[in-house]
Design a protein around this ligand. Sequence first.
Ligand code: PEP
Ligand code: MN
Length: 343
Amino acid sequence: MVVVMKKGANPDQINAVNQRLLAAGFNVHLSEGVNRTILGAVGDRQRLEPCSLEAMPGVENVVSIMKPFKMASREFKADNTIIQVGKAKFGDGSVPVIAGPCAVEGREQFLETAVAVMERGAELLRGGAFKPRTSPYSFQGLGEEGLKIMAEAREITGLPFVTEVMDQKSVAMVAEYADIIQVGARNMQNFYLLKEVGKTNKPILLKRGLSATIEEWLMATEYILDSGNSQVILCERGIRTFETYTRNTLDLSAVPVVKQLSHLPVIVDPSHGTGKRELIAPMSLAAVACGCDGLIIEVHTNPAEAWSDGPQSLTPDDFGTLMEQMRMVIKAVHGDKFGDLAV
Ligand code: PEP
Ligand code: MN
């Protein structure tokens, strides 16, 4: 529920409401607006005396959140959540781009790609050290060595990095190195993992599950928020449909839908979303046009030789061309609001 305080409610009144909610076992999120304070509270309403909050001094009204997801909903928090990582801001209307190879294959490969995408305007790096592969015989990632290589790339380029964690036992280690922790599509409903990453203080990139509805995706988000981590970036990465021409069906309508339902930023992954290099540029431009808060794109210096996902990776030069095209779409959609920092 959301408790809206009266305009001019004093700190003692706000504190009294907060204490009443905490005593009844609620999780409380306080947001102080210019005119009034709002307390978002998640818990069991049965544990509060009916109407007891409405009667408290300074309370204007109490609104129930009807959606099954609470803390992720716009009713809980009307303003966009803005998540800043390095210089990039997710959720303020700009479109930071995360780029890098599917997997860290070695030091030279990763550093070369990192510098190439940095020079072309990427604001964050991506790379997998723990890879969720369909076959146990495929390359599984370099593990901690991969994390160290990405940390070195961060030193050299000044760009923060995103990397995936696959299991609970690796969360502490990944959190030690990464700037953003990714929970991949296959783990979107691994609730114990969600709770574990929810205990870290790093932003979480939560990918949409292969066949998850938007509601299931937002319910998964709720596990992270409820565990105490309010920094969740959602990522649409395509879903399974009857269509086999593309690897997945990139559901771009999820972007405006999630932005209506939730205050959290939503980014798009056109690489996994399509599985095809030639579709990355058109879908990236469309994602920008429909209001995404960022993109995550696979880039490899030699896609033909990539150990994973070469067919859906851009070369650095193609990535550079796409960045130029995106600048034009951003200008068309947002005007000059973000100047050169837009992409
Ligand atoms: C990835 O980003 O490397 C990845 C495996 O993505 P997804 O979980 O969306 O398949
Ligand atoms: Mn990949």
